[in-house]
Design a binder for this molecule. Structure first.
Ligand code: NAP
Length: 259
């Protein structure tokens, strides 16, 4: 399907690996030029070069920590015009509710709530002026159904979800759509680290931890970064013009809901 976004400029934060990379590759396949970011320069350059080779689009890379003010300033300066914004950053560490300090919460809020908000505040005025824009925030299934050990994620991402719910409806009249994309478990480094933690806690192997989690998913498998990216690209397409302020869950059926 032609997504109708060839030639658009897409900034994809935290995109050298995993879900961010899946989104970057799918947008490049749709013909978008990219601004990609991650802290580690080597993996970022390798991912960017593979995209240039595979899809022939322009890719600008900015190696920086997107959760810092300096990092974001560098990223936005290199980006220039942004038609499509995909916000993303690493997830907070697991733990228990009794243990988190104010500093732990501030870090999680900075990374998974205030960073995407700051990126939107920077990109939205240009989108509004040009009468077209798409924002997809990578959040988590934890905003619909809390994950006990990820209380920091539950808290920060729910805050972001509230901001998006209100803001999406204020910018929609300008042709600018903001939506959230909620991953359930996907086969990435993040899933490996969560499964390693579970294996250590329960005294089982990593394979056993993966099998245990897989058994709880109706689709009986982990999601892939590729299919996640394709959904993101659709949400950024011309065809998604009437999708406003939605929370799209990709979880293989894990959350047992009717609606
Ligand atoms: P991942 O495989 O660990 O990849 C994370 C990517 O983000 C890497 O490219 C990493 O590169 C970059 N990154 C991390 N922190 C950054 C920072 N501060 N500044 C710039 N780049 C940064 O993670 P993922 O699985 O794709 O997850 C993406 C997001 O979705 C996370 O917030 C995660 O919590 C959430 N999520 C994932 C799952 C899942 O099952 N995978 C489920 C629910 C929610 P560098 O390390 O080089 O910076």
């Amino acid at each position: 399907m032609d997504l109708g976004i060839k030639g658009k400029r897409a900034l994809v934060a935290a995109s050298s690996k995993g879900l961010g990379l899946g989104c970057a590759r799918a947008l490049a396949e749709a013909g978008c030029d990219l601004i990609m970011n991650a802290r580690g320069e080597e993996a970022l350059e390798a991912a960017a070069q593979a995209i240039r080779d595979d899809f022939g689009v322009e890719v600008t890379t900015v190696a920086c920590d997107v959760t810092t003010e300096d990092g974001r300033a560098k990223l936005l300066a290199a980006a220039g015009k942004v038609d499509i914004l995909v916000t993303n950053a690493g997830g907070p560490p697991p733990g228990m509710w009794q243990d988190w300090s104010r500093d732990d919460f501030i870090k999680a809020l900075d990374a998974n709530m205030l960073t995407p908000i700051a990126l939107m505040q920077a990109a939205l005025p240009g989108m509004i002026e040009r009468g077209w824009g798409r924002v997809v925030n990578i959040t988590s299934q934890s905003v619909k159904s809390p994950i006990a050990v990820l209380g920091l994620s539950n808290s920060a991402r729910t805050g972001l979800t509230g901001f998006v719910a209100g803001t999406a409806r204020q910018v929609a009249e300008h042709g600018v759509n903001i939506n959230n994309l909620l991953p359930g478990i996907h086969a990435t480094d993040r899933a490996d680290s969560l499964d390693t933690g579970m294996a250590e806690k329960e005294g089982i192997t990593l394979e056993e931890a993966r099998a245990k989690r897989t058994a709880t998913i109706p689709a009986k498998r982990y999601g892939t970064a590729e299919e996640f990216g394709q959904t993101c690209a659709f949400m950024c397409s011309q065809h998604a013009g009437y999708m406003i302020g939605q929370n799209i869950l990709l979880d293989g059926g894990s959350l047992n809901y009717t609606l």
